[in-house]
Each structure stands twice: as structure tokens, then as C-alpha cells.
Unconditional design. Structure first.
Length: 282
């Protein structure tokens, strides 16, 4: 599943291709797309894409109505990629593919395809004022890269206090912190020297600061390397990320720890496959 660095990379590679473009028409080849707000789809033609941005693992587009649309009002398109969602801009005349869920035709001839092989991803169409009324959106924790390390550590301390749930489960909970998934939880916990099964409430202030720094450094490095292409992920130009080449633990079950040379262990934590070093992570 694309996590914060992957979605951020898609935003950065998609925005230059579509920002300022007007939508001329739309097509939803499969029923159930969008997940909600289908009644607003007829308003899309003539709307201009004014912003492409990210919140947690969501990609969002702001659309502004044309003056000739007689008070149609602005819209927000919200996309969650789940396991295999992707965005690509194709040349004029490109036909929908087997897994194309939504098509937006643009005034420069381009065709923006939202594709999703496994059909778990979704799109929602809504008014800007309703975005924060969406329960999922309203429940999201803070963005880890919008706080200082000390602020993030303090926030985690408040959220984790006296909690018996594992530190990894706490990181995966989007209500605690936004955008962290399996890859970046494993990599950040290794960098901070924290065992993934350790109770969140048992981590002291010093270690929480180390975790906050590890999270931010890991996310920033992955963004610099355009994310991790473990399976299907590609950016909006169709290019793979490179951060998977820097994994210290994720996906390396049974291999030697790059620090202590002991075999890495695997466990099932919070329903997710987890790899860690039993010596380096306490």
C-alpha cells in the first residue's frame, strides 16, 4: 500500500501535469466509483484543477468552478490508493485499461486515469466544506513532517501514555499519526532501536524523541528517493521508487542484520508481517 512518501511522490509528479487544467468530461467505467458523491460528477466538466495535495495516505484535488457554471461551487476529489491504486496522464485518445476506474479528460487533450488492479482503492467527490465532516478525514492524526522532532515526540507521548498496545500497532493507527504504514513503521523502529512488540506506554521520553527523529529522517529520505517500489507502486510518470534498496529490515526476514549480523526475525504484529532485529531493537 502506498504510504506517506509514495503518495507525496505521486502528488509531486502529478501536479505539474494537471495543475490549471480544466476537466472537459469524465467517465467511470465501473459501478461504485466514486464511492460517494456520484451526484456531483455532472458538475466536473469546465472545472479547473487548482491544487493537488496530500493528507496522510490520501491524494486530494481541489476543483474550482467556472464563472459560467452558475454557482456550481467548488469540489474536492479525494483518492485512497489502498493496495494498487495509481494515477497516470495518458495522451488524447488512449482507451481505458482493464483496471481503469475513473477517467478525467483535460482541456490539453490529456486523459487522467485512476487505475486500481485489486479494486480496494476509492474516490470520493465532495464539497470543500464537507471534507472535515468525513469521519475518516476528521480522525486523522498530525502529519509527522509538519512538526518538529520534539513536538512529534511530545504528541506521541501523550497518545501512547499507559497504552498496552504494541508500539508498532500504535504507529499504524492513523488516529495517532498520519501516513505511517508497514514499511515505515518497521524501518523507523529499527532506526530508533525499539522492538515492534514493545508496549507503546513503556517507551520513555528519550526513546520517543529517537523514534520521532527516526520517523522523520526515514520519511524524508524515502521522499528523496521517490518512495519504495516493492510491488506495484509507480509515480505519476510511471517511474519506480528507489528507497526499497535501502531497507534495513522490511522484507528481509532471515537475512543478517546490517548492524549486528544476527538473523532478523519475523512476527505478526497488528495483523501485519513485521521484521526486526532481536538484538538491536529492545
Amino acid at each position: 500500500m502506498p504510504e506517506l512518501p509514495e503518495v507525496e511522490t505521486i502528488v509531486r509528479t502529478l501536479e505539474p501535469q494537471i495543475l490549471g487544467r480544466r476537466i472537459t468530461s469524465w467517465e467511470a467505467p465501473y459501478p461504485g466509483v466514486p464511492e460517494s458523491g456520484a451526484e456531483l460528477l455532472p458538475l466536473l466538466p469546465r472545472m479547473r484543477i487548482t491544487r493537488v495535495f496530500r493528507r496522510a495516505k490520501l491524494l486530494l484535488m481541489s476543483l474550482s468552478a467556472d464563472e459560467a457554471q452558475n454557482g456550481a461551487g467548488d469540489l474536492i476529489l479525494a483518492f485512497h490508493f489502498k493496495m494498487t491504486g495509481s494515477f497516470f496522464v495518458h495522451p488524447e485518445g488512449t482507451q481505458p485499461m482493464k483496471h481503469t476506474r475513473l477517467i478525467l479528460d483535460l482541456d490539453d487533450g490529456g486523459r487522467l486515469f485512476f487505475d486500481d488492479i485489486r479494486k480496494f482503492g476509492y474516490c470520493r467527490v465532495m464539497r470543500p466544506e464537507n471534507l472535515r465532516d468525513w469521519p475518516f478525514y476528521a480522525s486523522l492524526g498530525p502529519e509527522p513532517l509538519e512538526l518538529s522532532s520534539a513536538e512529534l515526540a511530545g504528541h506521541l507521548a501523550a497518545r501512547f501514555e499507559k497504552r498496552g498496545v504494541s508500539i508498532k500497532a500504535a504507529l499504524l493507527d492513523q488516529k495517532n499519526i498520519a501516513g505511517i504504514g508497514n514499511i515505515y513503521a518497521d524501518e523507523s523502529l529499527f532506526k530508533a532501536g525499539l522492538a515492534p512488540h514493545r508496549p507503546a506506554g513503556s517507551v520513555n521520553e528519550e526513546k520517543l524523541l529517537a523514534l520521532a527523529k527516526a520517523l522523520q529522517e526515514t520519511l524524508l529520505r524515502s521522499i528523496q528517493e521517490c518512495g519504495s517500489s516493492v510491488r506495484d507502486y509507480r509515480d505519476a510518470f510511471g517511474k519506480a521508487g528507489a528507497f526499497q534498496n535501502s531497507f534495513r529490515v522490511y522484507g528481509r526476514k532471515g537475512e543478517k542484520c546490517l548492524v549486528c549480523k544476527r538473523p532478523l526475525r519475523a512476527a505478526r504484529i497488528a495483523g501485519r508481517g513485521t521484521v526486526y532485529c532481536p538484538r538491536c531493537q529492545q
